[in-house]
Design a protein around this ligand. Structure first.
Ligand code: AMP
Length: 438
């Protein structure tokens, strides 16, 4: 977590009670997004915040909101989150800061018991955190009214829109008084986000922490051009070298468990997976077991990956190139957090993924890498020579495995080892992916 030591929490206009809570949370200094957003939000202004995941963005809207509405009775705050997991985590952060002021937080998410949520909503909570779909269910059933909301928060607005929540968001926004504060946070500003901001906000103050197209500063990024059938071998190599935790992203639900099994078959046992068809309790268990260190590796889809608040993943591996370029930024934002050095490896299939790789390059404002000529040897099985000596699992401790690994399901044929790649092409790849550390 990058924090700014020249700015103190006490400079931001917060009450002594809130400062004490921040101290007990162990936040020594505000992060840049907090230092800029909190004073504006405390004034009741609309704020449009561009900030990547891991920057402390949640506290940047939770702290001023609790500060503004503490001591008042009524449901004044509504925070919308893209996924259940993000909603739950946001709910917890709200709880941490709100409960000592006697404020009640209710989280409404798909998969949870709707009647229990209905009862909780009837108890006049101060703060509601919800996914758009579930909140619309409650609105249709007449379980909740939004007439009293004075502060509306869109967290990860880009993601909510990408997930197709535009209609639900409109429905919800229409039911909230226009005279309100709106805080919108988004890692990227796609046209749909700008449109929503224009519709839902009044002359917002803008907080731009870094160019939205840039990823965290300490991520070493690598690109491997290789055909689908060689990806598994390459993944195994990386995972065997990597001693820290790893997040492996794939583009379909089925592939999460298929890949986890294939890794088991290759002798890598400390791997779990998560996808949105798993029951809520199983998802929570997978996340908890990954966080606790029972499993070192998690295979996930984008939606699920975004919901997991782990900020010291050593290595992000894009087993599949993300369909949306913005997801690349989100995915690799899992590593290199809190000032640690991170690694990200991307597997691209020549021919199939060229356009997606070019789109990522465009978003990042760097030159698109050339792909190898068909038939040439392409992937590079070693870390770049520039990284010498290779960091010893850098500062990410390898978690201990405490219990038996998941069962091997089916045997998988061994894939031939990948050939060594020509040096010249490496240079091009490095040019593409090396900008960040500089
Ligand atoms: P977020 O970007 O909201 O997902 O936050 C990422 C992580 O940073 C969370 O685990 C927070 O608890 C932590 N965090 C937030 N603000 C600070 C701060 N000022 N100092 C240290 N850690 C922080």
């Amino acid at each position: 977590m990058e924090t700014i030591t020249e700015i103190k929490w006490a400079d931001l206009g917060l009450s002594p009670e809130m400062l004490a809570l921040i101290e007990s949370a162990g936040y020594k200094f505000p992060s840049p997004v907090q230092a800029k957003t909190i004073p504006l939000a405390l004034k009741g202004l609309d704020v449009l915040v561009s900030s990547q995941t891991g920057s402390g963005k949640t506290a940047s809207f939770v702290i001023p909101t609790v500060e503004r509405f503490k001591g008042k009775n009524g449901t004044y705050v509504l925070a919308l989150s893209p996924t259940r997991e993000i909603a739950q985590q946001t709910g917890e952060v709200f709880e941490n800061f709100a409960k000592s002021f006697g404020m009640k937080v209710v989280v409404c998410i798909g998969g949870a018991n709707i009647n229990e949520e209905k009862e909780a909503l009837a108890s006049s909570p101060h703060i509601i955190v919800a996914t758009p779909g579930r909140l619309c269910d409650h609105l249709e059933r007449g379980n909740v009214w939004l007439d009293f909301i004075q502060c509306l928060i869109f967290d990860e607005a880009d993601r909510m829109l990408e997930m197709g929540f535009a209609k639900q968001i409109d429905l919800i926004t229409e039911q909230i008084p226009k005279e309100r504060q709106t805080l919108m946070l988004s890692a990227t500003f796609a046209p749909a986000v700008e449109k929503l901001a224009r519709k839902a906000m009044n002359h917002p103050e803008q907080v731009l922490i870094e160019k939205t197209t840039q990823t965290a500063p300490k991520i070493e990024q690598e690109l491997y051009w290789l055909p689908e059938e060689r990806k598994l071998t390459q993944l195994v190599r990386i995972l065997e070298r990597e001693k820290g935790t790893a997040f492996v992203f794939v583009n379909s639900k089925e592939k999460t468990y298929q890949l986890a099994r294939l890794l088991n078959n290759k002798g890598i046992q400390d791997v779990t997976y998560i996808h949105s068809d798993l029951q809520q309790e199983h998802r929570e268990l997978a996340v908890a077991e990954f966080k606790s260190g029972k499993y070192r590796i998690i295979v996930a889809t984008d939606v699920m990956g975004r919901g997991i608040d782990v900020d010291d993943v050593a290595h992000v591996i894009n087993y599949d190139v993300p369909k949306e370029a913005a997801d690349y930024i989100h995915r690799i934002g899992r590593t290199g957090r809190r000032g640690l050095t991170g690694h990200a490896s991307t597997f691209a299939i020549p021919g199939k993924d060229d356009k997606a790789i070019a789109a990522i390059a465009k978003l990042r404002g760097v030159q698109a890498p050339e792909r190898p000529v068909p038939g040439q040897r392409e992937e590079r099985p070693q870390y770049p020579k520039s990284r010498s000596p290779r960091p010893q699992s850098n500062n990410h401790p390898r978690p201990r495995r405490e219990t038996a690994p998941p069962k091997v399901v089916t045997p998988v044929p061994t894939v031939a080892p990948a050939p060594v790649k020509a040096e010249g092409f490496l240079g091009k790849i490095k040019r593409f992916f090396s900008k960040l550390s500089g």
